[in-house]
Design a protein. Structure first.
Length: 289
């Protein structure tokens, strides 16, 4: 029998870590710096996030992607029990939900929000973007806090909300070369308008000065939320802080994006792995993001 909170044998735990390393190296590095007794469960959450975030990469048309997201939604809601039992990640996720009495609404909300990823509709404005980030990156942070310190998770909504937006902006800045080729635009439309651009002119990549301004405005949105997250973070119980380690990488991304400007369309502002590892280690030691 699996002891509560362990979620599997040592071999199972290593398997989860190996899986996570293959699909999300940054969260894998963060996990190595988190308390050992929660790593298996956090790995399951992070693998679920990676699974639904990567659906766009595996499909040619949006409808099969929607069907896959609906499958996950149904599984988390308690349906498709037989199919879920035969699916390694789904069965582990359901076990985690049951053992820790986790709320399912944030997880089903993540599935619903990811439908946006399947299409090429532009992000209308920053309010819509903040809502999207809240239901994806922020929800994952908040669920991670629930695993680490469930009794404190009611205090962390503000920190998770702002930290998730900052993390999402950093992620979309790093993905700009990929989304540009796809024809996806995550930079909010009102930020584009303020710099004299729209979806089509950004994708055409013709006016580099305006794109410089748009990229820096997007990074500025991330910085704004990172500052608010840090302010909220300072008031949180120490036991919640490891959940926010992934956010420690955001500021380096903003710095590089601001330096690269429009060149982010061809060159990701992702720092080197060595720099990312050093930043995560320092954040874990200091307890600051």
């Amino acid at each position: 029998m699996v002891a509560p909170g362990q979620g599997g044998s040592q071999a199972d735990g290593q398997s989860k870590l190996d899986e996570l390393r293959a699909v999300d190296i940054d969260r894998y590095l963060c996990l190595l710096l988190m308390p050992e007794h929660v790593r298996d469960d956090l790995a399951t959450l992070m693998l679920f996030n990676a699974e639904i975030a990567a659906i766009r990469d595996r499909i040619r048309e949006a409808l099969p992607g929607e069907i896959r997201l609906q499958w996950w939604h149904d599984v988390i809601s308690g349906g498709r029990a037989g199919e879920a039992e035969a699916h390694p990640l789904a069965s582990r996720l359901l076990d985690l939900i049951a053992r820790r009495s986790m709320p399912v609404a944030p997880l089903t909300g993540m599935c619903e929000a990811r439908v946006f990823d399947l299409y090429d509709d532009p992000m209308p404005d920053r309010v819509t973007y903040e809502g999207y980030a809240g239901e994806t990156a922020s929800a994952l942070l908040q669920m991670s806090v629930f695993v680490l310190a469930p009794e404190a998770s009611t205090e962390t909504a503000t920190a998770s909300g702002h930290a998730g937006v900052a993390q999402a902006v950093a992620g979309h800045l790093m993905m700009l070369p990929i989304t540009q080729k796809r024809g996806q635009v995550f930079i909010p439309g009102d930020l584009l308008t303020a710099t004299g651009l729209d979806r089509d002119s950004l994708l055409e990549a013709g006016n580099r000065d305006r794109i410089d301004a748009a990229v820096r405005a997007f990074a500025g949105l991330g910085r704004e939320h990172l500052a608010k997250a840090r302010s909220a973070f300072a008031e949180l119980p120490a036991g919640t802080r490891p959940a926010y380690l992934p956010v420690a990488l955001a500021e380096q991304v903003f710095e590089r994006a601001e330096s690269l400007g429009s060149r982010c369309l061809e060159t990701s502002p992702r720092p080197s792995q060595l720099r990312r590892q050093w930043r995560l280690w320092r954040a874990a030691r200091s307890g600051r993001i």
